[in-house]
Structures are given as structure tokens and as C-alpha cells.
Design a protein around this ligand. Sequence first.
Ligand SMILES: C[S@@+](CC[C@H](N)C(=O)[O-])C[C@H]1O[C@@H](n2cnc3c(N)ncnc32)[C@H](O)[C@@H]1O
Ligand code: SF4
Length: 440
Amino acid sequence: MDLSLLKKYDVAAPRYTSYPPVPFWNGEFTKTQWIQELSCSDEAIDLYIHIPYCQQLCYYCGCHRVISKNRDRGAAYVDTLIKEWQLYQNKTNLKIASLHFGGGTPNFLNLVDWDRLLGTLQASFAEDFIGSVEVDPRTVEFEQLKLLKSFGFSRLSMGIQDFDSDVQKAINREQSFDLVSDVTQIAREMGYTSVNFDLIYGLPLQTAESVLQTIDQVVQLQPDMIAWYSYAHLPERLKNQKILEKYHRASGEEKRNLYNLGREELFKFGYTEIGLDHFALKGSYLARAFDNEKLHRSFMGYTDKKAPITLGLGVSSISASDHFFVQNEKDIKQYTELVEQGELPLIGGHRMSSTDQLVQEHIQSLMCQSKINLSEMKSHPFWKDIQKNLDEFIQDGIILIEDDILMVSPEGRPFLRNLAMVFDEHLRTKNTKVKFSQSI
Ligand SMILES: C[S@@+](CC[C@H](N)C(=O)[O-])C[C@H]1O[C@@H](n2cnc3c(N)ncnc32)[C@H](O)[C@@H]1O
Ligand code: SF4
């Protein structure tokens, strides 16, 4: 790896889980338009439900969460979720192709509340419905996994982050290898067909040795997919991260070396790098989707199928269609008040222009296939600006362009976010005060 390239391209960059990134949304939407958008689609939707509660704070956390030891708060939250779903269903007749529970910690909910919520949604499950859930191995209960399985859930995702005990102490998230191993085994015996682990590189106190050790433990459990996120350290915005400032944390070249070390180790044990910071075990559904160029990426990560509409329920959730993004209220009190008043709790959104749609397609293709067909973009007024910037990536050996197809070289893979920035018309032409995390 050319170290000068790492230095050159280690800049603040959006993660591009949406295009345009949220700070550039134009606010052009109405609740009526959003309902119309949902009513016009006759395909089943992807449903995302956000459960914000966690019992304990992880100091690195950048997610939208509320810390509480009182699990009974989940009951009122589920009441609101059911009302929000009914607000939609009163005006539409949505079918659910897939349902993903994210957080926070979805297993914060008590069994009775799970039962009520899934019991309500079940009537709308499509025939080949896919259910997935994020769980915290420290607190997930056997009975919860069993109940979710009985409602057809088959995919499980666990936050692991790192197995080293010093790192775990520093980040305030202690969970042993044996515990994670037990949960993984129980889930598989119950019939869960896919297990995903989330890991992070660049955390405080991580070293080359500790990262290798973590990866070696991870591969023993053979998760079907591994998300290996670059630690986003933004203490001005995320006050909880300030406590981590006292520790050494790898950045730039040292941080990328941690990633490369782990990546090589994952290759040795049969994993394929399928996209930005994600690996799939050979033979798993995601590895097959990658091989067949059928991979998609959304707010929830990589998937093999994607419905035209993703509807987000719960505080802070984001919904997406071909023409709009909309986001729910981020404050839990205000979110609840709006739903209780019978109003959709939408507070922000974006209407996609035709250029947005084209750039979004290109960024999807970059993140999922590491290539872009440039033929349509070449007749666009922005092409000259884009081309000028791409020339530098060609000179740096990051990409190759042949017959209008842009291909990312194996050495260019760390720079997918930088490449996406070249196509980002909003970033090129507008200012934002929002600070993005470093690309490396
Ligand atoms: C939205 S969180 C929810 C997962 C679940 N609450 C858990 O931690 O078990 C999903 C993942 O985001 C990652 N994450 C959280 N904060 C991060 C940060 N500051 N930088 C990079 N990744 C982060 C973690 O790997 C986490 O498992
Ligand atoms: S469990 Fe997940 S969402 Fe909750 S504090 Fe930890 S990282 Fe954040």
C-alpha cells in the first residue's frame, strides 16, 4: 500500500448509506406526498423498526440511543410503534417483504411487548417474509430468540466490536468470547440461518496483536457476515466519546494497517470482501449475491434483496423510495407526542432530482460491485468536473476506465468513500457545517 495515498485520501467523508447524505437534504416533501408514494407502490416493502433503548452506554457509540435500566419503558414505546404502523395502514395496505429491528438494543423489549408488536405486524407479512434482528449478546434471552423464531425470524446480528479485555474495559462493553459463542450456537440450533457480527477497528488500545487475536476468535465461530466498521471518532458531536480521548487510538496509516491485517486474516479463513467494510463467508447468501452482482446496500447494511420502498418506524428512523427520503423525529418525547396526536412523526426529508437518482445508482454500484457504467453520466453537465477529478484517481492507480466502465483496482478498495465524493454534486457545490468522519 502506497502510504502517500493513505495520507492524501484520509479526509472527512460521508459514509454514503444514503445519497444525498442527510446534511444535504432539501426538505421538499409533504406527509401527503409520502403517503401517496406508499399507496402507489404495489410491491411489498422493507420495514425497519428502531428500538432506541440500551441498558448501558458503550463509550464509542455513535448510534441513536437512549440509556435506561427500566425495561418497562419498552411497553409504552411499543404502544406508539403500533399506533404509528396503524397511521400508515389506515391509508394504505402495505405488505412486509422484510422486517429488520435495529437499535439501540431491540432485545431491551420484554417478551409480552415483542408478542404484541409482532402479533400486530404479522397479518401483513408477505409469504416469503425475511426477519432479522440486532441483539446484544450480554442481555439477549433464550425466550426472546425463541419467540422471534416462531414469528419467522431467521437472521441475527450481534455487536461484538472487539474481544480484547483491555479494549472492552476502555469502551465499557465487556462480553466474553464464551458468551458470544454460546449465543451463536444456541441461535443456530434454534434454526437461525444467518449470523452477523459487527466489529470496529481503530478503537482505543487496539494493537496489531489484539486485532489479530480478535479476528482469530471471530473466525472460530464462522459468522456468515462480518461488518468491520472504521471507528468514527467525533467527540464534539458525540460527547460520550470524550472519555476515550485519554487512550491511544490508531489513526491514518496505523489504523489502515489494522484493517489490512484483519482483512488478510479473514481471507485466509474463507471470507470475501463484499463491499465497504463488509465481509461474507464463502457460500453464504451475501457472498453468492456479491458473486452474482445482486448485492444491495441500504441504511441497514448489505442485503441480497431490496424492495423499492423502505419504511422506517420508531424514533429517528429513515424511510426511502425512488423519489423521497423522509426521517422521523429524533427526540423520543416529541416523536411519541406526534404519534399520539395522530400525526406521522416526520420532521425532515428530501425529494430526489433526476441527477440525485443517477448519482445514487452510481454510488450503489461503486459500493456493491466496485465498478460504475459511466455512459449516461458522460452526457451530464457535471461530467467535465467529475472527469477532471477522476483523472487523479487514474494516475494514483485507484481506478481504471475502459469502454465507459470505471473499475476500482484491488489497491483502490480503501478509497471507495473518496471516489463516491467525486460524484457527489451536493458536496461539490454546497457548504455544510456537519463534520463527517475520516474516510480511512
Ligand atoms: C447502530 S449500532 C446497533 C447495534 C447494537 N446496539 C449493538 O451495539 O450491539 C450498529 C453498529 O454500529 C457500530 N458503531 C457504533 N458506534 C460506532 C462508531 N462510533 N464508529 C463506528 N462504528 C460504530 C457498532 O459496530 C454497532 O454494533
Ligand atoms: S449497545 Fe449499541 S446502540 Fe447501545 S450504546 Fe452500545 S453501541 Fe450504542
